[in-house]
Design a binder for this molecule. Structure first.
Ligand code: SF4
Length: 272
């Protein structure tokens, strides 16, 4: 079983990328599970045709851990993908990882953590106290960073590199950096910037996802691009990402940048 995690700053397009990746993987005949961990709990929504599924944290709050069945927490969406939302903290409070911890414990007790691929879609903002949980406990073995060329998004990606580097020093940990995905915002110089960032942190850019209107159109129709516009160029970009991830054997321990190095790097690419 391959367990991958997509990490990145909130609003960078992780959920869109994760959902399209899961859909593309399932189109290849793979048994896929997607677990979202984000206060917005909308990771799996496009796979569920717009439906908001209950979160594990809410279920635990309402019914207690012992009274939850698989069918309460795991929902089947596009292509038979099993969808789970860890749930989120109360606004302004944070959950310090309780959402994702409760989810792992529940799914393990219910023996529901299985399949060919599990895709974790995890918020990577430093404000989220629990963001390292999937890595720390060995669930997310291969980490993909989703970033654009925007500075704050690179800053978050660099912080996640720090977490991976720190955790890799522990003997129990098996997580490593598997690549950087550029989810473009159409900033001039962006592709070269993200490519160089990936190399500087001892990894590589595994995909460049161009900004395309079809993504928004598919979303307002409550579908992934893979389902809504399978013939589109954008769908092919996601399929290529799925192939790259399944064939990837290059995993590294990242070398995060110092703040001034990150700033210099951004300055050297993003000029007027
Ligand atoms: S661990 Fe972080 S991202 Fe996950 S539910 Fe908690 S606050 Fe949200």
């Amino acid at each position: 079983m391959k367990q991958i995690a997509l990490y990145g700053k909130g609003g960078i397009g992780k959920s869109t990328t994760s959902a399209n990746l899961s859909a593309a993987l399932s189109d290849c005949g793979l048994d896929v599970m997607q677990i979202g961990c984000d206060p917005k709990h909308d990771s799996t929504r496009m796979l569920m045709w717009g439906e908001w599924i209950p979160t594990v944290l809410d279920l635990v709050r309402e019914h207690g851990d012992a009274n939850i069945a698989v069918s309460d927490a795991v929902f089947t969406g596009y292509g038979g993908i099993r969808c789970v939302e860890a749930g989120g903290p109360e606004p302004g409070i944070g959950c310090a990882g309780r959402g994702i911890i409760a989810t792992f414990q529940l799914l393990q007790r219910l023996e529901a953590l299985y399949g060919d691929v599990i895709v974790y879609d995890v918020l990577g903002d430093v404000v989220c106290g629990g963001f390292a949980m999937p890595m720390r406990d060995g669930y997310a073995q291969e980490i993909y960073l989703v970033t654009s060329g925007e500075f704050m998004s690179l800053y978050a990606a660099n912080n996640i590199c720090k977490a991976i580097a720190r955790l890799s020093r522990r003997t129990r940990s098996v997580c490593s950096l598997a690549g950087v995905i550029c989810n473009a915002k159409n900033i001039p110089g962006e592709e070269a910037l993200v490519r160089e960032f990936a190399e500087r942190v001892n990894s590589r850019m595994v995909a460049y996802i161009p900004r395309a209107n079809i993504v928004q159109i598919a979303e307002v129709n409550q579908r992934t691009v893979i389902e809504y516009a399978p013939e589109s160029e954008q769908a092919e970009v996601y399929r290529q990402l799925a192939r790259t991830i399944m064939e990837n054997t290059t995993f590294t321990i990242p070398t995060p940048l110092e703040m001034h190095e990150l700033e210099e790097l951004a300055r050297s690419h993003l000029t007027v």
